[in-house]
Design a protein around this ligand. Structure first.
Ligand code: GDP
Length: 297
């Protein structure tokens, strides 16, 4: 993750502001116009940018300058706070079932987004927290996905359940639930099948699993490098299947930051984790304030 271009552009805007002892309304408006351009070039959703600039402007014009800050620093502080709010303000944890109850998590996303890898990364996190996760391989369209899940489960030293490619995803998920119960797994992570594009069949498969199995958390994996496409995918999955949280994969390769800055504002769903590489340890919790800090440089 290196949003160099966005960070550079924002820093330039702020450099001009910092130098000024007093800021006129015109100064603020000019600066925010540049902020707007920088965000649009970073592939942040257009409506999100408009709303963001409006919020910053409303607070910055006529704001009382805090002790110890000059007017320019005050604007930067407001941009930082609004950017943090845009990404959800607080870190959101995956909601777990209380006590000894089993938490069932369904992973979804387009093919290649990083679902199977992320499922194994998450299983590792749960294991570290003392849980006993089970990875259930329901991606019957991609035989390699089943093998990949099993190999990754071994690497993470967690349990995996698969039934090959001949059964329906729902039946595999049901059998996986039974297996978890017998085996004492208190977190079940169902890896579902993606498609290259959003299609009805995929959505129906996911709906069917949710209608027949108590899924506590539906987590969507989207590829950060696809920018606004990732945001649109998130919106559509949420509308059709219902999503509780988003995991933004491949943030290590994202140079723009548009998806990270737009997803929460567009879908209302928090980013829970970000994928930072191909290794199974490369999954980081998402902190909106730290992310805003990184972007602003
Ligand atoms: P799926 O089709 O959604 O299950 O996607 P996979 O889990 O098979 O991942 C597709 C490719 O993306 C694989 O080569 C992964 O190693 C890679 N990948 C997944 N997450 C990340 C990440 O956070 N960073 C990078 N650089 N690669 C990732």
């Amino acid at each position: 993750m290196a949003f160099e271009s966005l960070t550079d552009k924002l820093q330039n805007v702020f450099k001009n502001l910092r130098g000024k002892g007093r800021l006129t309304e015109e100064d603020v408006k000019t600066a925010l116009k540049e902020v707007k351009m920088a965000l649009l070039e970073a592939d942040v959703n257009f409506r999100v940018v408009k709303q963001f600039v409006k919020s910053v402007e409303a607070r910055a014009i006529g704001a009382d300058v805090m002790n110890g800050l000059n007017p320019g620093q005050m604007v930067i502080k407001i941009v930082n706070e609004e950017m943090t709010a845009l990404m959800g303000s607080e870190t959101t944890e995956i909601a777990m079932q209380p006590g000894k109850s089993t938490t069932v998590i369904m992973m979804c996303g387009l093919q290649g987004a990083g679902k199977t890898t992320t499922a194994a990364k998450l299983a590792g996190k749960f294991k570290l927290k003392g849980k006993k996760p089970l990875l259930v391989a329901c991606d019957i369209y991609r035989p390699a996905a089943i093998e990949q899940l099993e190999i990754n489960a071994k690497k993470q030293n967690v349990d995996a359940f698969s039934m090959g490619t001949k059964n329906k995803p729902l039946d595999i998920a049901k059998a996986g639930m039974e297996h978890a119960q017998k085996n004492g797994n208190n977190v079940v992570i169902i890896d579902t099948a993606g498609r290259l594009h959003i299609d009805e069949e995929m959505m129906q498969e996911l709906q069917e699993i949710k209608e027949n199995i108590t899924v506590h958390q539906t987590l969507l994996v989207v590829d950060a490098m696809t920018g606004q496409d990732a945001v649109n995918v998130a919106k559509e999955f949420d509308e059709k299947v219902g999503v509780d949280g988003v995991i933004l994969s491949k943030m290590d390769g994202d140079t723009r930051g548009g998806a990270a800055l737009s997803i929460k504002a567009v879908t209302g769903k928090p980013i829970l984790y970000v994928g930072m590489g191909e290794k199974l340890s490369d999954l980081e919790q998402f902190y909106p304030d730290r992310m805003a800090g990184r972007i602003l440089g």
